[in-house]
Ligand binder design. Sequence first.
Ligand code: PEP
Ligand code: MN
Length: 277
Amino acid sequence: MSIETVVAPLAGRQAKPAGSIVRVGGVEIGGTAVVVFAGPCAVENEEQILSAARAVKAAGARVLRGGAYKPRTSPYSFPGLKADGLRLLALARAETGLPVVTEVMDARHLEQVLACADILQVGSRNMQNVTLLEEVGKCRVPVLLKRGMSATLAEHLLAAEHVMKGGNGQVILCERGIRTFEPSTRNTLDLGAVPMLKRHTHLPVIVDPSHGTGLAWMVPSMACAAVAAGADGLLIEVHGHPARALSDGGQALTFEEFAGAMIRIGAVASAIGRSLA
Ligand code: PEP
Ligand code: MN
């Protein structure tokens, strides 16, 4: 199914030709400014999340990310701190004032996740979990909806339509790479998705170059490319000690690398008439 032929009365561009803005705290996603969401893959302990929150804020990130419930490929991998991770995210939010995005894997966790999340993340593995989409559709909190790793853009748009049909219009789409035959990168970051989605939906579109490549050294370049392609924001994994990270260390930027990347990202944004939020 091509995105050209999708029936999406709520998410489709025709519903709001000028584009929609999702507001969280004082941050506007989908406006002229490019919003950077950054933080570790997973919350690991108090010192780790607080230091990361301070570092990404100082470098210009406007939203803190961190996983408490982690959908790991192997059942033997670190599954996240769960409720304790949510508590630590709330601490980091209270200290820095940064709004928080964290994943909700299961509708049964919604109440506790909502207590600390300013934006609910629906992960790649759950993009077509219709029950979960309907439940987050009943919430009145912004939703960051990641593209399924094998989902077409039409399917991504229709997943957003499921959320919106429940009455929650505050959806942000996130391109995070797809499965292809190319084994050199973790996923193939589909930057063509950005102009294509922007043409067919009014929803803000952000890009996750961390999961999109799996390689920290590629993240700054692909973040810049995403902004050049028209992304409204970026989701970037950052860790104080990537080599010691309990998940996704290979794709995490150090605090210094993140600060350097932000300078390059800001330069690209101003070259196309945008700025960093
Ligand atoms: C994440 O952002 O922590 C994550 C698990 O990403 P994805 O759902 O894109 O794999
Ligand atoms: Mn991760």
